[in-house]
Design a protein around this ligand. Structure first.
Ligand code: MG
Length: 300
């Protein structure tokens, strides 16, 4: 078996490839996060938050700086029209980069007060934009700019595609962070990484039922992640969750059983599926970007 793989459940052997290796595609970042893949160009974008940049890796070409002065961007996603959606710490907003390169503000305030520092974002098939708003970008100058928190809490928001209005879909998180829908969008998973600033804080992923496509019910703990925290995660076509942890990527079944691990040797912040067949897992891990082919495709 591949030295990077740890099997906890025999089902994991049907999700990974024993002869596929962990490729390091780039290194030298301070904190890599927010990977998003664009099929039409076979390229990946990701943030290096403290270096204030978005990088681009293209198959066959390599790496270039995609955006200098990224406003300490963090999470990135792709909307239904293939446009880049980005969480920005410095400007405390979520933006969309249009096809002509201009940047549209999707959200920067709620009830007249600035957001904390949007962290991670996903776009639902109906065009609604869901994002988390912990304070990591305002706690210090390292990943944004130190500032007072104006919001009463750290919320999970939904931005309506029709009128752009924000609603709070969850308000009982310490530090909401990664989020992703199940393949049929009947469930939303959201992580809480409160452990980062409280030794007794949460380090788990919660699952919610999505009601009427726009609200959350029945929140429960899906999995406790150890070591480290589930900063970000994505689902495969079968609904298994591939999550960041302190030692690599861990894979959980839809029932919350740990199936296996991909060891990276660096703390992982986030992952995303990509490649022309959507069967390659891209991993942003502290200083490096890794990729590994899997025997399973990402959820569409
Ligand atoms: Mg995050």
């Amino acid at each position: 078996m591949n030295e990077h793989l740890v099997v906890h459940d025999q089902r994991f052997l049907h999700l990974v490839l024993p002869n596929a290796w962990l490729d390091r595609l780039h290194t030298g970042m301070l904190w890599a996060e927010g990977p998003v893949y664009f099929p039409f160009g076979d390229y990946l974008l990701w943030s290096d938050i403290p270096n204030h940049r978005i990088f681009q890796w293209t198959q066959g070409t390599g790496v270039r700086i995609f955006r200098e002065h990224s406003n300490y961007s963090n999470g990135n996603s792709r909307d239904q029209e293939g446009r880049l959606v980005t969480c920005e710490h410095l400007t405390r907003r979520v933006t969309r980069t249009e096809h002509d390169g201009s940047v549209t503000i999707i959200a920067d305030e709620f009830e007249g007060k600035r957001l904390n520092s949007p962290n991670d974002v996903v776009v639902k098939s109906d065009g609604s934009i869901w994002f988390t708003d912990p304070p990591y970008g305002i706690l210090s100058d390292y990943e944004g700019a130190k500032a007072d928190q104006e919001q009463a809490g750290c919320f999970v928001f939904r931005c309506d595609p029709a009128d752009g209005k924000l609603t709070v879909v969850a308000d009982d998180f310490v530090k909401p962070n990664g989020l992703a829908f199940s393949p049929d969008e009947s469930h939303l998973y959201v992580s809480d990484t409160g452990l980062s600033h409280d030794a007794d804080g949460p380090h788990h992923i919660r699952a919610f039922d999505v009601k009427k496509g726009h609200s959350l019910k029945n929140g429960r703990t899906f999995a406790e992640i150890d070591p480290g925290v589930p900063d970000g995660f994505r689902l495969d076509e079968h609904g298994n969750i591939w999550t960041s942890t302190g030692n690599g990527v861990h894979c959980y079944s839809p029932e919350g059983e740990k199936l296996g691990e991909i060891l990276t040797g660096e703390t992982v912040a986030n992952v995303t599926f990509g490649g022309p067949k959507n069967n390659r897992l891209f991993i942003t891990a502290t200083t490096s970007l890794y990729a590994i082919y899997l025997a399973v495709r990402g959820a569409r």
